[in-house]
Design a protein around this ligand. Structure first.
Ligand code: FES
Ligand SMILES: [Fe+2]
Length: 359
């Protein structure tokens, strides 16, 4: 499916963000991920688990059911499943056959995120869901730095996940879609440096002695005329983007040159829900609690603009069909590379024998 080859939906053998860790508790949290209903919760000892979200009896949503100790009791006829997926009770009969079960999915708490592995859930091969494939927290600036990190928004987007990935892989949109807040035209004209690594794609733009984006005047007054900026985004395939947004007063200001206006990170996690919808988890770090507080309401409309663009394009695809020609321009290099890498991972999974790691 667009923009991938027909029949390709999404990479399955990879870690996706299923939620923020502070969303997980003793209340069942239901989310559809890669077309599969999933329910997450914490066991009584605090361990977070993810299991299939559909009762195999009559398909009642287990997210609408209730926890009995560490087990889920289906809200329809009371069949109960343990956190290992095993059916432990059928109220209408004495014996629960061992073959009655629901799927389980590896779920890892790493930083402020809970990461799920949806690949081949019923095949016993625990090495596949290797936590070593998770982004390194220090490398993405989410640990070991003196920054305050906070989960911001959990958005449901009525558009396919790759439209959001495309958005994050091409920041030339900042000066247009976000012209009123964080972007300037320099976001598009500054040269982009790209680096490709195994399952990581990095983009950097160094913008020197430039007009500040509108956010600077809003938070710092009108007297800052020129700034230096670093804009970066690292795509950790298949669905996590760690961004850098550093800004300081440019050298051309004789009095305040080098004064830091912004130092922090933004984190965008994009997780496929169905072929034409996705989940979008946004988090931010900054130097102080006050800066994080200030950013929360400020960035809400910015994220809404990205969501708007994504949903409008999805509507357009519904009108024009799945294989539209695209105008390719130079700044598409990063997005095209990201699509290629994802397609290669999907192709490898399609070729791999059932139950093998596919990577
Ligand atoms: S649908 Fe779950 S017990 Fe019947
Ligand atoms: Fe954006």
């Amino acid at each position: 499916m667009y923009p991938f080859r027909e029949g390709s939906f999404a990479v399955r053998n990879g870690w996706y963000v299923a939620g923020f860790v502070n969303e997980l508790g003793r209340k069942l949290l239901a989310r559809t991920i890669l077309g599969q209903p999933v329910v997450m919760y914490r066991k009584e000892d605090g361990t977070a688990v993810a299991v299939g979200g559909r009762c195999p009896h009559r398909h009642f949503p287990l997210g609408e059911s209730c926890l009995k100790g560490d087990a889920i009791q289906c809200g329809y006829h009371g069949i109960t499943f343990g956190p290992d997926g095993q059916c432990v009770k059928i109220p209408s009969q004495a014996h629960a056959p061992r073959s009655y079960r629901i799927p389980t999915y590896p779920l890892v708490e790493h930083g402020i995120w809970a990461w799920i592995w949806m690949g081949d859930p019923d095949k016993a091969d625990p090495d596949k869901a290797d936590p070593a494939l998770l982004p390194d927290l220090e490398e993405i600036g989410a640990a070991g730095q003196d920054l305050v990190l906070r989960p911001f928004y959990v958005e449901h987007v009525k558009g396919r996940y790759q439209l959001l990935n495309d958005n994050l892989l091409d920041l030339t949109h900042l000066g247009y879609l976000h012209a009123g807040s964080i972007g300037t035209e320099d976001n598009a004209s500054a040269p982009e440096e790209l680096t490709k690594e195994h399952r990581v794609l990095r983009s950097r733009r160094y913008i020197r002695d430039a007009v500040p984006p509108p956010v600077v005047a809003q938070f710092n007054g009108d007297d800052i005329e020129r700034v230096d900026r670093v804009i970066g985004m690292d795509f950790y395939l298949p669905g996590f983007h760690a961004g850098i947004s550093d800004m300081q007063i440019a050298e051309s200001n004789p009095v305040r040159q080098g004064e830091v206006l912004n130092r922090g990170r933004v984190y965008h996690a994009v997780t496929p829900e169905t072929p034409t919808t996705c989940h979008y988890f946004f988090a931010l770090s900054a130097r102080t609690e006050e800066e994080v507080d200030r950013a929360f309401p400020y960035l809400q409309p910015v994220i809404a603009e990205d969501k708007f663009a994504t949903e409008e394009i999805e509507k357009m695809l519904a009108i024009i069909g799945e294989n539209p020609d695209e105008l390719l321009i130079r700044s598409d290099r990063n997005a095209v590379e990201g699509r290629r890498m994802l397609q290669a991972m999907m192709d490898a999974e399609a070729e791999a024998p059932q139950g093998s790691p596919g990577r």
